[in-house]
Design a protein around this ligand. Structure first.
Ligand code: PLP
Length: 387
């Protein structure tokens, strides 16, 4: 019915929000940030990105690219000068003879485009709990069904547990090693077992290897074990501390990457041009050596684990920059984090990354001094909780 002229019906912006947006509950993490906003100079062990800056050589390349006018759209799949070396690098690392490669606006874009390209409504996606938050929420955006498989208490990759969760609607399995939020790295034997399951059931495997540089022993990838049914996702965000530059890449079967490129054309359009130019040669550049930073992160991991392992169950974190510790004395993860916040220590409750609320995530992407103070507070909290 038409409203009488001069009396347009009132527009309620709340009412137009779609169910898919409403279905995403970001309240857990928001509560943490709301609490944090009230803290003056917190000891912040909640951060999901490196605390060092982008190496100077990369900054200069980006600045030069901008000055040289590399400021326009690039081809949807990315610039050939970057795709070439990445392709060769992927072949070297995986043995895949001719991987299709596309450049992404971050690994996040790869997760989204792979799901958009391969999932129909009702299709199921399996991943381990605890999980990176997007694995649970992105499938829902397209009406697909996230299926989490518990990896508690030790956060290992159990291929049998994954196989038990497979149904006729399962299309995709996502793994992340080194893992956010647990810091676990999967062994070759675990990956081989999973690869066999994925092959047996003709599934697509997404291997999110964004933390591959932060691996405190040689990194093992599942990609060489699945030459025909794996999308390998890698990113520059964490390795070079350029989370705000939005750059990553996907490699995998041509038929799927082509669809992802088509979808990119109508969504992200292309990855940021100056960032792409800055990343040329990075894979093989001796000018940008990150080993000093990685060694430092290993020291911080050791410091944190050694500082609390007699009082907290911490698993076996060998990568990324996270420890997923169990709250002591029967506390929930949220309760432990609230008590920590009251002492000026910022952490993230495990319920943000999990269907359970028994753990909390510690990030050691922080100065040693803050790690030392964090350890002291965590020890005090465990003792108060009677651990
Ligand atoms: C496991 C995992 N995958 C993907 C991403 C997304 O990273 P980006 O989009 O910056 O490449 C993150 C960021 O925190 C992550 O932890």
């Amino acid at each position: 019915m038409q409203a009488p002229s001069g009396h347009a019906p009132s527009f309620d912006a709340e009412k137009i929000i779609a169910d898919r947006a409403r279905a995403i509950d970001a309240s857990g993490i928001r509560r943490v940030f709301d609490l944090a906003a009230k803290m003056a100079n917190p000891i912040n062990l909640s951060i999901g990105q490196p605390d060092f800056d982008v190496p100077e050589a990369i900054k200069l390349k980006a600045i030069n690219a901008i000055r040289q006018g590399k400021n326009r759209y690039t081809p949807s799949q990315g610039i050939a000068e970057l795709i070439g070396p990445i392709s060769r690098g992927v072949t070297e690392a995986t043995g895949w003879p001719e991987p299709a490669v596309m450049i992404l606006s971050g690994t996040s874009a790869g997760l989204m485009l792979a799901m958009f390209a391969c999932l129909n409504p009702g299709d199921e996606v399996i991943f381990l709990d605890p999980y990176f938050v997007m694995y649970k929420h992105l499938p829902r955006l397209i009406g697909a069904v996230p299926v989490s498989v518990s990896s508690y208490p030790d956060f290992r990759l159990d291929a049998k547990a994954v196989e038990a969760a497979i149904t006729p609607r399962t299309r995709m399995v996502i793994i992340c090693s080194p893992n956010n939020p647990t810091g676990t790295t999967y062994t070759a034997a675990e990956l081989e077992s999973l690869a066999a399951v994925v092959k047996r059931h003709s599934l697509l495997l997404i291997s999110d290897e964004i933390y591959d540089a932060f691996c405190y022993q040689p990194h093992v990838s599942i990609a060489p074990m699945l030459p025909e049914q794996c999308i390998l996702l890698k990113g520059y965000s964490k390795t070079y501390a350029m989370t705000g530059w939005r750059l990553g890449y996907a490699a995998g079967p041509k038929a799927i990457i082509e669809q992802m490129i088509k979808l990119q054309q109508y969504t992200f359009v292309c990855a940021p041009s100056p960032a792409q130019y800055a990343a040329i040669d990075l894979l093989h550049s001796s000018a940008v050596d990150m080993t000093g930073h990685i060694d430092e992160y290993r020291r911080r991991r050791d410091m944190m684990v050694d500082g609390i392992k007699d009082l907290y169950h911490v698993g076996d974190p060998r990568g990324a920059f996270y420890i997923f510790a169990q709250a002591p004395g029967g506390l929930t993860g949220t309760e432990l984090v609230q008590r920590a916040m009251a002492k000026n220590l910022m952490l993230i409750p495990g319920s943000v990354f999990s269907d359970r609320d028994t753990h909390f995530r510690i990030s050691y992407a922080a100065a040693q001094d803050h790690i030392r103070q964090g350890i002291a507070i965590l020890r005090e909290l465990a003792q108060q909780a009677g651990a």
